[in-house]
Design a protein around this ligand. Sequence first.
Ligand code: FES
Length: 205
Amino acid sequence: MQTDWTPVALSHDIPVASAAPGRIGDTALAIWRSASGRIAAWSDRCPHRGMRLSHGYVRGERLSCIYHGWSYGEDGGCKRIPAHPDLTPPESIRVPVFACREASGVVWVAEGQPAGAPPDLAGFRGLRSLHIAAATGAIAEVFGGDGPVLRVKLGPVAVIALVQAFGDETMLHLMAPESCDLATLDALSDAAEALRRNIEAEATA
Ligand code: FES
């Protein structure tokens, strides 16, 4: 399955009023969720002095930089500079904003104007994301398939593996059938960890 969208995180890993780091291609992202639940993905660099915005904090519908507290609204524009509370920040102070959508419990990001919607993975829910110290080729070998969205077996259970290239490394976002009970989800999580170790061992053999 091909798509213009890149899976960058599982929704449950970005709680309300929080920010986390991510990547799309070579670009570092600040993925954050506002108090009302709106998801966003921005360049992870504060326009002031370059601090990572993923280290910042969320107040209401704004993300603020941890360094000097400049705060940015949902369009990425700077709304407030605490050291100059009476100043209306210039329009030019702006964080690059990426197209970002949530679908089936996954946060998807695209560069430019994506064609169509992210894949519909109805019937599955986020299991866990794994950072694997091996390139996507090693993942394709293990799963016997290539691409950002793979339907594979994890033990006896059919799951979905979302494969995100991370330079020479890979983020694997795994999704389990919604029908799985807690014990099965725990077993799948353990199997995923074992899978990660196996892939990394194979890649360095
Ligand atoms: S570096 Fe972000 S507010 Fe100064």
